[in-house]
Ligand binder design. Sequence first.
Ligand code: SAM
Length: 274
Amino acid sequence: MDHLENARETVRKASRAYYAHLGYFEERTRTQKATNRELDFLEFAFRTHATHKVRDVLDVACGSGRHVLGLAHRGYKCTGQDYTPEQVQIAKNRAKSERVSIKLLQGDATKLKYESEFDAVLALYILFLLPDDDSVLTCLRQIHRALKSGGIMVCNIANPFYAGENWFSLKSIQHGHYFQEVRVPGMRYMSICRVQDFDPLQGVAWWQETHIIEASDGVHIFREHERLRLFTYWDILHYLQAAGFKEITCYPDWKTKPPKKPKAEMLIFVSRKD
Ligand SMILES: C[S@@+](CC[C@H](N)C(=O)[O-])C[C@H]1O[C@@H](n2cnc3c(N)ncnc32)[C@H](O)[C@@H]1O
């Protein structure tokens, strides 16, 4: 393994360790309302941007499956894959208990082998976690290959220029720390995050995080590292073009109107394969 592949493996391992332990709790902080809003947006994008009716959907980092489960309930034929086996297992258990049929696999978002198989591909909350920019381009090219002609990809990034404080805003990174508390029924989730390293040239931050979770089965404490790549709108636009996508539209915060100013917290890109 050369030193570049070694560095990528380090990032993948950190990400896997993070999601193996925390994925289950993190998922519970997301309300069904928020997920439904994203699902509504996805259906809007399918209707508006694909040249034919979307039926087969691939989610390249499906996590514990909230989007593929939601879409399967809405009648789509879904395939989900994720690098972290623990996340895939949660998604499988959920699909079984919710009695929906979804193909779920363990796999890396940069090693997709599909060719012209899907009407839509999702890459949600994943691009900023990939080990480096070459991996991002590789992933987008493989997604392009996986799509049928006229099919669309929906991906998102956190907007580093967002004026609020969260773990992906430049503002929090410059402060050097970030605290968050989320309360949902049966759980209190606190995160104390400190910037361990920030490379302003490459836009890469390493967060050192302590998560304290008070749940009905006791208190859980996790200490993890998380790597974050800050992308701008222009970075992603150019990557999408380099990957071969043609019609590319950017939407703010799951709203169905393109943004006038970069005020959004999340930027969602819908791109079509010719
Ligand atoms: C923030 S979660 C998002 C999950 C899901 N897309 C969602 O929105 O709920 C990021 C997911 O990416 C997965 N992941 C990280 N690196 C990956 C890679 N190289 N290939 C595939 N999945 C990866 C993690 O295991 C985790 O489940």
